[in-house]
Design a protein around this ligand. Sequence first.
Ligand SMILES: C[S@@+](CC[C@H](N)C(=O)[O-])C[C@H]1O[C@@H](n2cnc3c(N)ncnc32)[C@H](O)[C@@H]1O
Length: 218
Amino acid sequence: MRLPPAPDHPELRLRHACSRLSYVSHRLTIPGGDLRVLQPSEAAELPDDGPVEWAPLMPYWAVLWRSGVALGRELANSRLVGLRVVELGCGLGVPSVVAARAGAEVLATDGSDEALELVERNARENGVEVATARVDWTAADDLVARGPFDLVLAADVLYERASVALLLSLLPRLGGEVWLADPGRPAAEAFLEQARRRWPLTETVRDGVGIHRLRPAL
Ligand SMILES: C[S@@+](CC[C@H](N)C(=O)[O-])C[C@H]1O[C@@H](n2cnc3c(N)ncnc32)[C@H](O)[C@@H]1O
C-alpha cells in the first residue's frame, strides 16, 4: 500500500503546484528537431551539476537531469521504427518522447504517478504518444509480463546502493539491449563493475554523461 505523503512533504507541495498548472517550459536542442519539455516550476532552479545534496527538497522525477537529455540526444540518431521500448525511472521522460518521435512503441515507467502524468503531457506537446505504467523496481512482475522489449532505457537511476541489486536482477528479465545513461554516480560504478563481469557492455560519452550499452542475459 502506498501511504499518502505527510502534509509538509515536498511531493504534496509539488502536487499542489501541478494542480495549479505551475510549469516552466524548456526547449531542448535535440538532433532531428527541438523538444519542448514541461517541468514543475518549483524544481526548475535546482542544479544538476554535482552530488545530490539538495535531494530532499524535491522529488527526483521533477528535475530535468542532464543524463535524460544526453540519452535523448543519443537516441535521436537511431532508427527505432516499430521497436518496443521501455524506459525505467523516466522522470520527465525526455528519452521516451525522443524514442516515440523516432518511431518506437514506447512504455514510460516510473515509481511516481505525478511523473507519468507529466510524461504523457510532454509527449502530446511534441506530437507523439507514449504509454505509461507505474512500476517500482521492487515489484516489476507485471512489467516483465509485458515484455520482452527490444530496448530498455534508463537515465540517472543508480544514485542509491539499493538500486544496484534491483536493476541487476530486473534488466535481464526485460529482454533486449539496455541503454543506461549515468553522470558518474558511485552506485552506478558499483552496478557497472558487476554488469561488466556478466554481460557484453560498451561505453561512450555524450555531453559529459556515460552512455552504457548492455546486453543482459539470464
Ligand atoms: C534522478 S531521477 C532521473 C529521472 C529521469 N530518468 C531523468 O534522467 O531525467 C530518478 C528517477 O527514478 C525513479 N525511481 C527511483 N527509484 C525507483 C524505483 N525503485 N522504482 C521506480 N522508479 C524509481 C524516480 O521516481 C525518478 O523519476
